[in-house]
Design a protein around this ligand. Structure first.
Ligand SMILES: [Zn+2]
Ligand SMILES: [Zn+2]
Length: 292
């Protein structure tokens, strides 16, 4: 398995190398670069504060994820530190959001905005309505608040997933959604012996999954699935399911000693999202870079 944190120099270097090879990804990758680096730095900072859980193995085998079995976020998580760091990292890549991030930063400083309260807010079951209500309260757009909150949440959930990695490794999980947070994968990475690892779009957990089964509808029929190659590059392809009309970007990293972190890989392959969505397929996980 891959490490869950990366050295900042190694991340910078892998992004620079990708841009050298594929100049068309420069703008997108550079927009997300400060966020990715900051997330990684925060995870390194939180490394020593482990929280683990003992999943009910019967429930787990039945497809009940950790987030359905346990509370995965806590009031004593470093919300303020994460929120301030994220509000400062976002405008470095998205200068248009500078004003809104500055507003949020001020509200975080005074305690007016506590992200933990947002994730604990059960006044509505409608996620869009909740985001809209909070955006009005914070005087920012839903787009800006959404990007900010998703990033903050992904730091906390990635920390939980990293802490649970060794505990989950020996347990059986054969579902297409993430065993930690129940989200859909954003990317599939093929490694040695053709093993395929799905990459969670929300908590960065990865899990092994059968290659010819669709993670979205779990339909296993090779005749209904297609691997779409782009420009004949085997390291850049997409799994396409004709049963549910969904696709998953797939990259072959077998033999690669220092594969970049999955988010870097996914963002650098976002041109495939464009092609697939243009052909009428939809992504398995909506990410900030693949909503076109
Ligand atoms: Zn997850
Ligand atoms: Zn499917």
């Amino acid at each position: 398995m891959e490490n869950t944190t990366y050295e900042p120099e190694a991340m910078q270097h892998s992004m620079d190398r990708i841009i050298e090879r594929n100049p068309h990804v420069e703008n997108l990758l550079n927009a997300f670069r400060p966020i990715l680096l900051e997330k990684d730095r925060l995870l390194q900072l939180m490394q020593d504060h482990k929280k683990t859980f003992t999943p009910d193995t019967i429930k787990f085998q039945g497809g009940i994820t950790l987030i359905q079995q346990f509370q995965l976020i806590f009031s004593d998580d470093p919300w303020k530190l994460i929120a301030l760091s994220v509000s400062r990292a976002i405008p470095q890549g998205f200068p248009a959001l500078q004003e809104e991030m500055r507003l949020l930063e001020g509200q975080i400083e005074t305690g007016e905005l506590n992200c933990y309260d947002f994730f604990q807010d059960s006044s509505t079951k409608d996620d869009d309505l909740q985001l809209m209500t909070w955006a009005v309260k914070c005087s920012v757009s839903t787009a800006a608040l959404g990007l900010f909150l998703r990033t903050v949440e992904s730091v906390i959930l990635s920390k939980r997933a990293a802490d649970m990695k060794d505990i989950l490794a020996p347990l059986t999980w054969n579902r297409g959604y993430c065993p930690v947070c129940a989200s859909m994968p954003m990317l599939a990475v093929t490694r040695e012996q053709g093993q395929q690892w799905l990459q969670c779009s929300r908590c960065s957990h990865e899990w092994k999954f059968a290659r010819l089964t669709c993670p979205a509808c779990e339909h296993a029929a090779p005749e209904d699935t297609t691997y779409l190659y782009v420009n004949g590059k085997p390291e850049e392809q997409a799994f396409v399911c004709e049963n549910c009309q969904k696709y998953l970007i797939t990259t072959n990293q077998a033999g690669s000693l220092q594969a970049p972190c999955p988010e870097i890989l996914a963002i650098s392959l976002a041109h495939l999202d464009l092609i697939l969505q243009d052909r009428g397929y939809s992504q398995m996980a909506i990410c900030d870079w693949n909503t076109l």
